[in-house]
Structure formats: C-alpha cells, structure tokens
Design a protein around this ligand. Structure first.
Ligand code: FE2
Length: 430
C-alpha cells in the first residue's frame, strides 16, 4: 500500500532511517510477536507454540507413533512435530494466493489403469465393499509393496469407490510420501505442523493442536455457525481453495483410540444422483466460490481482519478417471454459487450440503481400530468426489495421531458430455 509512516527520530539517526510502509510495519510486528505463531482467524494451534521442533509434543507422543518413527529413522531429537518457521509463513493475502497459482503438470494415474484391476486385486487376500456406493477395505496387502501398475489400479479404485482402507500396515512416513508423490504433486502446507525432515507429511493430531474442543461445541460448525468451524468435525473437503485442488489424500493413523474416533465420508457422485434432473441441469456448468481454511491480511486494507484465499471452480465436476459427475461443495469452505443473488445461493447451497450430509445411504463410517505398535491403518480417499468429517467422541481422552499426505490433482473441469455414476452404471435414475 502507498501510505507511509515517518518514525519519530531526530538527529543524525533520523537521516539513516527509511520510512516503513504500514504493511511492512505490520509484518515486522507479527514476525516479532512470540506469542501468536499464526495469522488467521481460526488458529488450530495453541498460542505460544514455538517454531521448529516442539519439545512439548514429544512429551505426549503416543508410544505406537514413537515406535513407527524410530523404526523409520525420523529424527525426534529436536522435538515433535516440526512447526514451520514464522518467516516462511505468508502473512499477506497476495503472498498466500501466489503459492501454486500458475498451475503445474498433473498425470491422472487411474485413467490408463486396467478397469478390472487384476494386478491389484490379484495381490489382495480379500476385497470388502463396506457399503453399496462408497468405501472398500483391502485385506492382506501392504501399501509399501505396491508396483506402479498396482498404484495406478488403486488410484482408479479410489476414484470409483471414493475411499479405500488398509489395516495393519507397516508404513514409514517416507514410504507414505513416496506413494503420494506418485499420484501427484504433494501439497506443502505453509502453516501446518509436520513430521521433522519431511515437509510433505502433515500431522493430524487433535490432542496436540485443538485444545478448545468440548463435548458440546465440537460439531457446531455443522450447524452453519461460521465462527465455530473448529476443524475436521465439520464436513469438509481438503484444500478446495487451490488452483489445482486436492485429489488423493492418504491419512495413516498410527495411534488410534480403543473406541471411537471414526471418520465418515459421503459420495459426491451419489449426491449428484440424488438431485432431480431439473436441479442437475440447473447446476451443470455453474461455478462456485471456494475459500481457504486460513485467513491472511489484505495489504491494502490491513485493519479489516483476516481474509481467505478465494477461487472459482465448477460446482459439478467430472472425474478424469471415471468420467462421472460429482457434486463439489463442502460446508467448511464453499462461499457461494456464481451468478445467483446471495439469498438464492445460500438456500441452494445449504440444500446441496444437506444432501451430502443427511443421506446415510451415500456414506461410509470407518472405525479405525488400534493395531500393533509400529503399525497403522490407512484411508485413501478422493477429495474431488467426496466430503468427510471426523467423530470426536473419544473427546481427546485417548491419543489419536496420524500422518497425512495430499496429492494435488488437475484444474477442476466440467464435461457436459459426462454422465452421472448411476447413468454410467446403467442403474435406475429414479
Ligand atoms: Fe480433512
């Protein structure tokens, strides 16, 4: 911004001082402030978290996680998790928007895979569909052993079934990262805590980062209370504000409560199939505005409060592997439908969110179940065709810790010639 402030100094010192603009001063203040590590409206970290390795996290690190990390040679000597250095975190909206703003090449791995998935299914002991429309569990196969052909077939299976589960996995964070890199450019989150030495491996650990959840308030975000979006309990899709949003996310939980801590997914394909042909036609080809979880300061209006990164994407998108249409909205990070007046947008958007959230017949709820120390359970889902939500019924009383790798995918598109899932599969459209 153009406004400058002259600092009050006199004498020879004054001659050497360059006046700082307001945004430069704000930047200096934020970077000097040791109490607030982050600049956004819903800090997921408690105040006073240091940057670099956190010794406090190391003290409460679950034993099963520690075993996995030690076996994988992760350096925990400086603390855990690694919290990004403040100087590397964007403060201003224009800086944050510039990250990955130009597009990058993406190879859709499922598109050329064998539709019968013979190499992948042939290596598994059992393939269990958990519901008719969404969720499949694979038994007797280690993710760390997959060949490229099997990885392609798994990508197609994930695209078709929305989410695929693997229990009892011996999977190092390094191997998990490698797998994610095969499926696309791995997202490096500028703000989130991560595994030391592995910038693409994020940490999902609510005991560490969300101290303000309670039995009463943990689902407030699902009631449309905007300021109450506390995190993963609110239905959401990962990273929708990106120019090329998330494709496959792989969450590997290595510390799991004895009871509770489930995750629920809902299918965007099936949600589209629930709509009337008239509403489908109305939405086909329309766009919506999506925004980031974190907020940043507007350089030209720094005192107006944090603002989110916003991006336009098709509200109905076509999946490049299956060719099926999916409803692409989520309660946490969809602002409005382009071309509608705000009240119209709000009514229709809320209805579409309800379709995803209230129809149990298009959802799967997965109980992770503890496994032996050093092992964990993986869920691999496609964000292009789903929303998900976690169940905080364990209330943080037992540890729940996981590592997450997200592969970014294509620029979202809508192909007017594409079909709905039921249409493509020849199922009844009533
Ligand atoms: Fe998520």
């Amino acid at each position: 911004m153009s406004q400058t402030i002259t600092l009050e100094k006199t004498g020879p010192e004054a001659a050497q001082l360059k006046p700082l603009s307001v945004d430069q001063q704000i930047e200096a203040i934020i970077k000097k402030d040791t109490k607030s590590a982050y600049v956004h409206s819903q800090s997921t970290l408690s105040k006073g978290v240091p940057t670099g390795g956190d010794p406090r996290g190391l003290k409460i690190l679950p034993e099963t996680t520690r075993k996995r990390f030690e076996e994988a040679g992760i350096d925990l000597s400086k603390g855990y998790p690694y919290v990004p250095n403040k100087n590397d975190i964007p403060i201003f909206l224009d800086e944050a928007t510039k990250i990955r703003n130009d597009g990058f090449p993406f190879v859709e791995r499922g598109v050329n895979a064998d539709p019968e998935k013979k190499a992948f299914f042939g290596a598994a002991k059992q393939v269990i569909n958990l519901t008719t429309k969404v969720g499949t569990e694979i038994v007797g196969l280690q993710l760390s052993d997959l060949t490229d052909q099997q990885k392609d077939e798994l990508a197609l299976l994930v695209a078709e079934r929305v989410v695929v589960f693997f229990r009892d996995q011996k999977l190092s964070p390094q191997k998990q990262l490698e797998l994610g890199q095969y499926w696309g450019q791995v997202e490096l989150h500028p703000q989130s805590p991560r595994v030391p030495g592995l910038p693409g491996v994020g940490v999902i650990w609510q005991n560490y980062s969300l101290g303000h959840l309670s039995f009463k308030n943990n689902t407030f975000g699902n009631f449309g209370i905007r300021d109450a979006v506390y995190g993963s309990q609110t239905w959401h899709t990962d990273l929708v504000h990106e120019f090329q949003p998330a494709g496959i996310t792989h969450l590997h939980n290595d510390a799991i409560p004895e009871l509770g801590g489930d995750t629920i997914w809902s299918s965007g394909y099936a949600a589209y199939d629930k709509l009337s042909p008239a509403l489908q036609k109305f939405l086909d080809g329309k766009e919506a505005i999506y925004f980031s979880a974190h907020g940043y300061i507007d350089r030209d209006d720094p005192f107006s409060g944090p603002k989110k990164i916003e991006r336009r994407h098709p509200i109905i998108r076509t999946h490049p592997s299956t060719g099926w249409k999916a409803l692409f909205v989520n309660r946490s990070m969809t602002k409005s439908i382009v071309g509608l007046e705000p009240p119209e947008s709000s009514v229709i958007l809320n209805y579409l969110l309800d379709v995803l959230e209230k129809n149990a017949d298009i959802q799967v709820r997965f109980n992770w179940k503890p496994t032996k120390p050093g092992y964990g359970t993986s869920a691999i889902w496609d964000n292009r065709v789903s929303v998900h939500s976690t169940v905080w019924d364990y209330e943080g009383l037992e540890p729940r810790h996981g590592t997450r790798v997200t592969s970014l995918a294509e620029v979202p598109f809508f192909d007017a010639e594409s079909k709905s899932q039921r249409e493509a599969l020849g199922l009844s459209l009533d």
